[in-house]
Design a protein around this ligand. Structure first.
Ligand code: F6R
Length: 367
C-alpha cells in the first residue's frame, strides 16, 4: 500500500503532481478561462459583501491559511485575518454576520477548529470549509466548501494535503478577484495558465532535487537547531518547512520572516547554525540577498532554495537547491517540496519513525 516507497510520507510527497492536479480537476478550466467552484458561486453574494474573511485552522493548515491571506488580499482585495483556532475560540472574538469564515482542515476532525466554527456560526458568520476528508465533522458543519481531493493522507506529517490546500486557496482568490474586478482578465488568464502548469513543475522539482536533497540531509543528521527564512508568500512556507523538520526529526527548528532576523534570531547565528533560506527571483529577491549577506558574515550554514540560474544567493550559499521560476504566488507550492524531502531524509537518517512521530496523532480530536 506504500506503492514501493519506504514510508507513506515519501509516497505522499511524490504524489503531489497528481494530488495538486486532482484538486484542480473540473475546477480549473483553462481553455474556457473559468474557475468553477459551486461552493463559492452559490454563495457569491456572501463573499462579495463580506467585511472580511477570517481563516481558522491549526498547524500546517494554519500555514496554508497564512498563504491564503496573501493570495486573497492580493488578488481579491478582501481583508483577511488568519487565526489559530485554539486562540480564536477562547478570546471572545468579534464576529458578525458580515464575516466569512474559512476553516482549513485536512482531517476535518480537529477539535479546536470545530469549536471555533461552532462559535462563528452562532454569531451568524458564513462558514466555508476546505477539508480533505469527505463527510468529516467540519465538512458537515460548514455552510459550503471545497474538498481538496488530495486522497487519503496517512503520514502524520501533512504534505500533499498542504499543497492541495494552497491550490484551493489560489483558486478561491483568483475566482473572487475575477468576479469583483480586482483581477483583470489578462492577468487572470495568464495566472490560471501558470497554475495549470504547476503539477508539471512539482514533478520537475521532485526529479531534479530528490537525490541532491538526500545528500544534503546527510550533512545535518546531528544538527540540533535550524532556522528557516523567507519573505512574502514564502514566509509561511518557511514556517511550514520548520514544522516539518521538528515534528518528524525532533530537531528544533524555527521559521521566521527573513527581515525579522535582525530583531533577535540573528544572535543565534554562528558556524553551527543551519539556515534554510527560500529565495526565488520573484518576491523581494534583493532584500533576501542582503539577509543572506548578513548570515554569511556570521558564518551560518546556508541552504538556499533558489530559481534555476540564480547566481547572487547561490554564490554565498553552502548548499543550493534549484526550483523552476513561477509567479510569486505559486512559489510556496513548489518550494515546499524540497523542504518536505529535506525534513524526511534528515528524520530517516536519524532513525525516526517518520510516519508516526512520537506524541503526535493524525487527527487531533481533543483540545
Ligand atoms: C503537521 C500536522 C498538524 C496538522 C494540524 C491540523 O504536519 O499534521 O500540524 O496540520 O493538527 O490538522 P487538520 O488539518 O487535520 O485540522
Amino acid at each position: 500500500e506504500k506503492g514501493g516507497y519506504e514510508h507513506f510520507m515519501l509516497k505522499e510527497i511524490f504524489e503531489q503532481p497528481k494530488s495538486v492536479h486532482d484538486t484542480m480537476r473540473g475546477r480549473l478550466l483553462v481553455d474556457e478561462g473559468i474557475i468553477k467552484m459551486a461552493g463559492i458561486w452559490d454563495h457569491i453574494e456572501r463573499f462579495k459583501n463580506a467585511n472580511r474573511i477570517i481563516i481558522i485552522a491549526c498547524g500546517t493548515s494554519w500555514h496554508a491559511g497564512l498563504i491564503g491571506e496573501y493570495l486573497i488580499e492580493e488578488y481579491a482585495r478582501i481583508p483577511v485575518e488568519v487565526e489559530y483556532a485554539s486562540e480564536f475560540r477562547y478570546r471572545n472574538p468579534i464576529i458578525t454576520d458580515k464575516d466569512v469564515v474559512i476553516a482549513i482542515s485536512q482531517s476535518g476532525e480537529t477539535a479546536d477548529t470545530m469549536a471555533a466554527l461552532k462559535l462563528a456560526k452562532e454569531k451568524g458568520a458564513f462558514i466555508y470549509g476546505i477539508c480533505n476528508v469527505v463527510d468529516s465533522s467540519i465538512a458537515r458543519i460548514t455552510d459550503a466548501g471545497s474538498y481538496t481531493h488530495a486522497g487519503p493522507e496517512i503520514g502524520v506529517a501533512s504534505t500533499k494535503a498542504f499543497t492541495a490546500q494552497l491550490t484551493i486557496l489560489t483558486l478561491i482568490a483568483f475566482k473572487l478577484g475575477k468576479h469583483n474586478g480586482n483581477l483583470g482578465n489578462a492577468d487572470f488568464m495568464s495566472l490560471i495558465a501558470e497554475l495549470d502548469a504547476i503539477p508539471k513543475k512539482i514533478e520537475d522539482v521532485l526529479s531534479s532535487t530528490h537525490e541532491l536533497v538526500q545528500n544534503i540531509a546527510k550533512d545535518f543528521v546531528t544538527a540540533t537547531n535550524f532556522l528557516y527564512l523567507g519573505r512574502g508568500y514564502n514566509y509561511p512556507a518557511a514556517l511550514e518547512g520548520a514544522l516539518k523538520l521538528k515534528e518528524i526529526s525532533y530537531i528544533h527548528a524555527e521559521g521566521y520572516p527573513a527581515a525579522e532576523m535582525k530583531h533577535g534570531p540573528i544572535a543565534l547565528i554562528d558556524e553551527n547554525m543551519p539556515i534554510v533560506i527560500i529565495a526565488p527571483k520573484k518576491g523581494h529577491y534583493d532584500k533576501i540577498v542582503s539577509n543572506v549577506q548578513e548570515i554569511k558574515a556570521r558564518k551560518g550554514k546556508i541552504i538556499a532554495v533558489v530559481n534555476k540560474g540564480d547566481t547572487q544567493v547561490s554564490e554565498m550559499a553552502d548548499y543550493v537547491i534549484e526550483i523552476p521560476e513561477t509567479s510569486e504566488c505559486f512559489s510556496p507550492i513548489v518550494a515546499s517540496v524540497p523542504l518536505q524531502l529535506l525534513a524526511y531524509y534528515i528524520a530517516v537518517y536519524r532513525g525516526a519513525n517518520v510516519d508516526q512521530p512520537r506524541n503526535l496523532a493524525k487527527s487531533v480530536t481533543v483540545e
